[in-house]
Write a protein that binds this ligand. Structure first.
Ligand code: BMA
Length: 333
């Protein structure tokens, strides 16, 4: 039996696999769990991040990507008792910046939230003369302290590891361009202080078309990696360019615990790819984009939150030991 790190979470959202199903991950029957118009001003709510948060009467908290009816990309806080029904604040997050130049807001999207000790760290795609990785922390999901951007533009999909590795904070990211980047590898970087990032290492590139086509154009880290005795379990998205445009699916990889830029295994097949109507149609069709996961180390249960067609939010379930075994059995490394 593999060991899984993390705090017990018996209250996490969960549905059993349907009888007769052989899917490694399966969708929540309540999908989409967050509708596009939950807020009076929201055009769409998707690609969002949630964490356990046992405070103020809530079980879960999160930072949500809410594009408004001006089609501006904004971040909002949200709270939940069950991880499925969310109360999202009408006001967007008001970051308190360490430096006024950094505090000049252009746009923010695709947040991730990582708990390290007593702080919840938010990383997101932050507009600063093009997209880069914004960094902020909070303890209460009310006041958010914004630090310097982690990297030079252009970069997306900045995802922190949930603890220091070899004494330093660690982050995955995906260097990109100003547009709808038609390339992209995942890199690893380290920082002593969450401000200065270096020691950059290459993690992985898109797969060969002949080997695993869903991830042959670009890839990017999804939720915060989960520590297991078999390595860091990384759920990541991959993109295929079809005659009708980009298709976003997601799969899994195992990274070395001490040197996470070393890939132990990587799934050839996808875990989830656009299939349901709310994934196939919306503002951007054919997108399943994971940004967060909850897990219970005792039962091995995993719940992945993913954006659907850049419009609404879905939830999918699986068992970590099964996903780890499946990743190794179907590895293309
Ligand atoms: C990416 C990001 C995501 C989005 C995806 C599909 O580049 O902008 O937020 O879900 O494209 O449009």
């Amino acid at each position: 039996m593999i060991q899984i790190t993390g705090q017990p979470l018996p209250q996490m959202p969960w549905q059993d696999r349907q009888p007769g199903s052989n899917e490694v991950m399966w969708r929540c029957t309540l999908n989409p769990i967050i509708p596009r118009n939950l807020l009076s001003t929201s055009n769409s709510i998707f690609n969002s991040a949630v964490v356990p948060f046992g405070r103020d009467g809530w079980e879960f908290a999160g930072v949500f990507r809410c594009d408004d009816t001006n089609r501006r990309m904004r971040l909002h806080t949200g709270f939940s008792h069950d991880g499925i029904n969310w109360r999202i604040s009408e006001a967007d997050v008001d970051f308190v910046a360490s430096n006024p130049e950094i505090g000049q807001w252009e746009y923010g999207y695709d947040p991730r939230v990582t708990r390290i000790d007593d702080r919840y760290w938010v990383t997101w795609c932050n507009g600063y003369h093009g997209p880069t990785i914004g960094v902020a922390w909070t303890t209460d999901f009310k006041v958010f302290h914004q630090l310097e951007n982690a990297f030079l533009p252009y970069n997306r999909n900045g995802v922190l590891f949930p603890r220091k590795i070899n004494g330093r904070y660690a982050m995955l990211s995906r260097p990109s361009d100003t547009g709808h980047t038609a390339f992209g590898d995942i890199f690893y970087s380290e920082s002593p202080d969450m401000e200065f990032w270096g020691h950059h290492r290459h993690v992985m590139s898109p797969a060969a078309f002949e080997t695993s086509a869903w991830q042959c154009m670009k890839i990017g880290a999804g939720p915060v990696p989960i520590e297991t005795s078999e390595g860091w379990l990384l759920i990541y998205h991959g993109v295929l360019r079809s005659c009708n445009g980009y298709v976003y699916a997601f799969g899994s990889a195992l990274l070395d615990l001490d040197e996470p830029w070393r890939v132990i295994a990587r799934s050839g097949p996808y875990l989830i790819s656009p299939r349901e109507i709310y994934e196939l149609t919306g503002d951007v069709p054919n997108v399943t984009f994971p940004c967060a996961a909850l897990h219970d180390p005792e039962t091995g249960r995993l719940a992945v939150y993913y954006g659907c067609a850049d419009t609404v939010t879905g939830l999918a379930f699986g068992y970590i030991p099964e996903i780890v075994a499946w990743t190794k059995a179907n590895s293309i490394v």
